[in-house]
Write a protein that binds this ligand. Structure first.
Ligand code: ZN
Length: 121
């Protein structure tokens, strides 16, 4: 069974379709922004390749529930955006950001985006 086609990584549109491209290759294309996924030999491979493209993180008011790197900003203040590291400790999640280091529960009135995926070799 073919995979579901995920929304466009560039614009978030769900109006994306797998099309026959030139040279007997297939790719998933976004109708709204014209982004084109990697060309593959068959539709299933084209959809798989499209689905593995990195997608934008979304800001949320929900605090992190797993360890990792996050974008963090004061609620409603875009210019305060910075990177925070959330680690798991025996007493729960802990957040280190700039020169502050305190339990995650003490970071109130913040927005979060993440976890930011780690690079692979
Ligand atoms: Zn798009």
């Amino acid at each position: 069974m073919p995979e579901v086609i995920l929304p466009c990584p560039a614009c978030g549109s769900i109006d994306c379709e797998c099309l026959f491209a030139e040279d007997e290759m297939y790719s998933v294309d976004c109708v709204d922004c014209s982004m084109r996924g990697p060309a593959e030999r068959n539709p299933d491979s084209a959809i798989s390749a499209w689905n593995t493209l990195p997608r934008a993180l979304r800001w949320t008011h929900e605090p992190p529930n797993v360890a990792g790197w996050y974008f963090q900003r004061a609620m409603g203040k875009e210019k305060t955006q910075r990177i925070a590291f959330v680690s798991a400790t025996l007493s729960g999640l802990h957040c280190k950001c700039g020169c502050s280091s305190r339990p995650l529960a003490h970071w109130v009135e913040f927005e979060w985006a993440g976890p930011i995926p780690a690079p692979i070799d």
